[in-house]
Design a protein around this ligand. Structure first.
Ligand SMILES: [Zn+2]
Length: 314
């Protein structure tokens, strides 16, 4: 038994060394002209006035995953927390703009993914690793799209993790898919395990369009973001470049009919992480940068106390 274990571990180590970093997907990517770069001050000047966008956050699925993925349990503030299966949700945010039409921020979950996971590159190991058996669909993406009462004009992806692209099988092939700068081109070792599935989910869909964030020169003011885009040029929806969780992670700030709403993406998955300013755990790529952008998002909300906050998964 001891020998078997040693051999097994050695084989596992060799295969880990063989894993080289790769990009989240090999799907075609092209630069987008969507949006206009603006200052933080320009983004913030009208936030107290309700905007034109009707925003609805839909819980597409419930799920449970280890807390150690969702919260950095090594942080001193997390000393009292024990790892456990934490209940979370998978969301799609529906944006209805009176002029530009219907958009989604992130995609929820397609029933097709859970019905035939192998077709989407989700092999047994990934299904086990991602705890897919704990995922329960509440409203599949197909139904969210059907209830739009009009065409879907585009999808803004906060990042390319599988639980954020999992609704794409229900999205028509001509619908533009927008991502943050470097999101699809930066390499990371864990993408070696997920690239095949992400490629299969995106197969046959429109090319990814990388938003044209213009990075501000360093050094930045303490609370300034690296780049901000006014998506439609009318001050209704802003994309905020917040890398860290992934290389191109993007948060969205929506001036809705109910007031300003911040969609954090996975800068924070959980309420606890947001409340304590502690970034995600194992699921995050660059902890320092994630934590810094989480701090800046919290500072933005503190400057605008009426702002609603919708977190990545809670
Ligand atoms: Zn994520």
């Amino acid at each position: 038994m001891g020998l078997f274990r040693t051999k097994y571990l050695a084989a596992a180590a060799v295969s880990l060394v063989a894993l080289s970093a790769c990009t989240p997907t090999t799907h075609l990517m092209q630069p987008s002209q969507m949006g206009k770069n603006v200052s933080d001050a320009a983004m913030e000047q009208q936030l107290q006035i309700p905007g034109p966008v009707v925003l609805e956050t839909v819980t597409s699925a419930s799920w449970a995953v280890p807390l150690a993925g969702l919260v950095n349990l090594k942080d001193p503030q997390a000393a009292g927390l024990k790892d456990h299966e934490e209940p979370i949700s998978v969301y799609a945010h529906v944006l209805r703009h009176p002029v530009h039409g219907n958009f989604l921020v992130d995609t929820g979950v397609s029933a097709k993914i859970l019905q035939s996971p192998a077709e989407y590159g989700l092999n047994w190991l990934l299904q086990r690793g991602m705890k897919f058996e704990r995922m329960q669909i509440k409203k599949p993406t197909a139904q969210i799209v059907a209830e739009l009462n009009g065409p879907l004009a585009g999808v803004f992806l906060t990042h390319l993790h599988i639980d954020h692209v999992s609704g794409i099988p229900d999205i028509a092939p001509n619908v533009p898919l927008y991502i943050g700068t470097r999101e699809s081109t930066a390499s990371y070792v864990l993408y070696a395990a997920t690239q095949g599935a992400t490629d299969a989910i995106l197969a046959g869909k429109a090319p990814l369009q990388e938003l044209p964030f213009a990075m501000r020169p360093e050094p930045l003011a303490p609370d300034a973001f690296e780049a901000v885009l006014d998506i439609f040029g009318d001050g209704s929806v802003f994309a905020i470049y917040t890398p860290g969780h992934t290389a191109g992670s993007t948060a969205y700030l929506v001036r809705s009919t109910q007031g300003a709403v911040l969609l954090t993406g996975d800068n924070s998955h959980t309420q606890w992480g947001w409340d304590h300013g502690v970034e995600p755990g194992d699921y995050t790529q660059d902890h320092t940068r994630n934590r810094e952008n989480l701090r800046k998002l919290k500072a933005l909300v503190a400057r605008h106390p009426g702002m609603q906050v919708r977190l990545g998964h809670q």
